[in-house]
Write a protein that binds this ligand. Sequence first.
Ligand SMILES: NC(=O)c1ccc[n+]([C@@H]2O[C@H](COP(=O)([O-])OP(=O)(O)OC[C@H]3O[C@@H](n4cnc5c(N)ncnc54)[C@H](O)[C@@H]3O)[C@@H](O)[C@H]2O)c1
Length: 348
Amino acid sequence: MKNGKIKVAVIGAGNIAQNAHIPSYKNQKDVEIVGICDINLDRAKDAANRFNIKYVSDKYQEILDIEEIDAVSICTTNDAHAEIAIAAANAKKHILCEKPMAMNVKEAEDMVKAARDNNIIFMMGFVNRFRADSKLIKELADAGKFGEIYYAKAGWFRRRGTPLGWFTNLSKSGGGPVIDIGVHVIDLTWYFMGKPKPISVSAATYNKIGDYKTKGVSRWIALDADNIVFETEDSASGFIRFENGATMTVDVSWAINGKDTGIFSNIFGTKAGASLNPFVIYDEQENYLFDSAPVINSENSFDNEINHFIECIREGKEPIATAEDGLEVQKMLNGIYDSAKLGREVTL
Ligand SMILES: NC(=O)c1ccc[n+]([C@@H]2O[C@H](COP(=O)([O-])OP(=O)(O)OC[C@H]3O[C@@H](n4cnc5c(N)ncnc54)[C@H](O)[C@@H]3O)[C@@H](O)[C@H]2O)c1
């Protein structure tokens, strides 16, 4: 951190790197992006030219060997998160890891261990925690506004919104909408609930619509969108039990014959409840039912996420989205897949 500058590298130079992480680092004062890596060297070079980044490589270890680099963002396909995170931790670099943490629970456990053993800051890129409305719900939950949150209902239905590219290739993604967008809604809702310990999951997954040909719809397109295979689920429904007796239902789809919902999260407490999208607080005032809608400006949640990561590095503090959080969420994600496969509830 010479001259007070924090020097970062971005590994994986695809969409989320170029459209979110790099621009948000650029918005930070006293942060310099000095390294970029992608197994597609041309892509890494293009990004380096576009964003004026000095070190370029197609091998992540070459970037991790550069001493002046303090921290890395891991923005690769899901299959490479664990390997790169463990190598980065061993190279004593702080880590911001895109969601999902890993392909499975074993990988996530190894990542937690590597981060702990090397005493580095590991932050999960759970970007929805950094939305202005989410921050307010969490603040109210922590202040006891909702009382005991005993039930939650979360989800994200896309009618036709399957990402194009590696996302449907099981060996690169680890799963479909559960691991891709379920990760957001499960994490966010669990965070609102105060992160109770998950103990069991019952779920079903479906692949009924798959590789549709629907016209007039848009989708997230990965940079390598050729060679597409459809090996994952296209929708799922799950029920998660927590040690404190609370429960969460989760419904997600990339493709379903129903209404598009966007990300939604409803928490139900003994004193009040809240829903996100639309943002409403449900309570009683003077013995009347009240619905209140907070007036709140939206914020750039990637800017907020990266600002928090940099602040944690600078001040040596624990991020609000830790590696341990990533592991607990991974257990719920893989619990959904395990339960769906076995056709019964599984304990975690
Ligand atoms: N937070 C969010 O809302 C959000 C949104 C989209 C994607 N993501 C996550 O971001 C990650 C990347 O997604 P994307 O949409 O940018 O995909 P992408 O396909 O556009 O980019 C991924 C890049 O990683 C590179 N790569 C793969 N393995 C590598 C390795 N071993 N070393 C270096 N580079 C490697 C690929 O060549 C590719 O350029 C995924 O984990 C995804 O789940 C998060």
